[in-house]
Design a protein around this ligand. Structure first.
Ligand SMILES: Cc1cc2nc3c(=O)[nH]c(=O)nc-3n(C[C@H](O)[C@H](O)[C@H](O)COP(=O)(O)O)c2cc1C
Length: 338
């Protein structure tokens, strides 16, 4: 494989160490997950989507989603909504809270969001989309991005139109997950559309969708010419994918994850989750999430069984250590799946 130079990449005034970005994932890309992905090599991490209405109304629960830590910077915070005035005010609050980038959600296809005119509904209402973009652009000076799908029902024209409008409104980069609203997460992401949008616009285009391996990340970049790649589901339990994609770009090779790295990451994820939510709520979340890290590994289903009723941080750390001690002694860590 030909080696390529790992390109630092900028969104407006924010320079990223590399062109790999953690996607916003509702309920998942909280502070602990973002810290992990940052340590795994992500050039940029994104918050989960945050309700502009909730922020502006002063909801304490929504405001808590803005919590950040210096170690995760630069941070992009994503907001969703349909009212230009509310979106502008929410963007101002996001900037004031210290976010480096504000991202607008034009892609969420969940019924509850779409019926309010927000998320991907904005893609079939270009005039409203433009009003939102203009209002937010006027309201904040930090870099602004928009994350969209390929269209409402047909992939292509609506995305090209919204990307052109976004560029005209002074948006600094567009992120495209090329599936239609109707597709949800089924079928395949229409990667060639990423290339078409890149050819049509003068601002950086970030490609997203169906990157599962580091090789996929490289392939998306080569096939579409996108400036950066965004990874969502594949980062759950595999925060190293960012560093691996970057290494592949830079050197043509990447290193596999060692058991010691995996154990350390799981420990850190446990501690950060407990620090963020307290032991009771944190452990409840960890009961399903820790399992991500041992997917496909020998002993994984036994591990998942053990964490099903997790009650405390010490217990979580002991179960993790048990998993690695057994697998180290049993020689086959990371070998065949159960
Ligand atoms: C559980 C889950 C939650 C998501 N939440 C958001 C969100 O809050 N904002 C958003 O723009 N996209 C959201 N998405 C879409 C992802 O950001 C991404 O576009 C999609 O998963 C495709 O990328 P992937 O194949 O790398 O996962 C979500 C996807 C999943 C699976």
């Amino acid at each position: 494989m030909t080696a390529e130079v790992s390109m630092p990449f900028s969104i407006g005034s924010i320079r990223l160490a590399n062109g790999t970005i953690l996607a916003p994932l509702a309920g998942i890309t909280n502070l602990p997950m973002r810290l992990l992905c940052k340590a795994g090599g992500a050039g940029l991490v994104c918050s989960e989507m945050i309700s502009a209405n909730g922020l502006v109304r002063g909801s304490a629960k929504t405001a808590a989603m803005l919590r950040s830590a210096p170690a995760e910077r630069p941070l992009s915070v994503q907001i969703f909504g349909a009212d230009p005035v509310v979106m502008a005010e929410a963007a101002r609050m996001v900037a004031e809270a210290g976010a480096d980038i504000v991202d607008l959600n034009f892609g969420c296809s969940v019924r509850k969001v779409v019926k309010t005119g927000a998320g991907v509904a904005l893609m079939r209402d270009p005039r409203r989309a433009e009003a939102v973009l203009k209002a937010v652009r006027r309201a904040v000076s930090i870099p602004l991005t928009v994350k969209m799908r390929s269209g409402w029902t047909v992939s292509g024209e609506q995305a090209l139109e919204i990307a052109t409008i976004a560029e005209g409104c002074g948006v600094d980069a567009v992120i495209i997950h090329p599936r239609t609203a109707g597709q949800g997460f089924s079928g395949h992401a229409d990667w060639p559309l990423i290339g078409r949008i890149r050819e049509r616009t003068g601002i950086p285009v970030v490609g997203n969708g169906d990157i599962v391996t580091p090789e996929d990340g490289l392939r998306m970049r080569r096939e579409t010419g996108c400036a950066a790649v965004m990874i969502g589901r594949a980062a759950m339990g595999n925060p190293w994918i960012f560093g691996q994609i970057d290494a592949l770009w830079a050197t043509g090779a990447h290193r596999p994850v060692t058991p010691a790295q995996r154990r350390l990451a799981m420990h850190r994820y446990v501690s950060a989750t407990v620090a963020e939510y307290g032991e009771t709520v944190g452990c409840r979340l960890l009961r399903s999430r820790l399992g991500w890290f041992v997917r496909g590994l020998r002993g994984g289903s036994r591990f998942r069984e053990r964490i099903k009723h997790l009650e405390g941080e010490a217990e979580a750390l002991a179960v993790i250590d048990g998993f690695f001690d057994v697998t180290a002694a049993g020689q086959t860590f990371g070998g065949a799946p159960d």
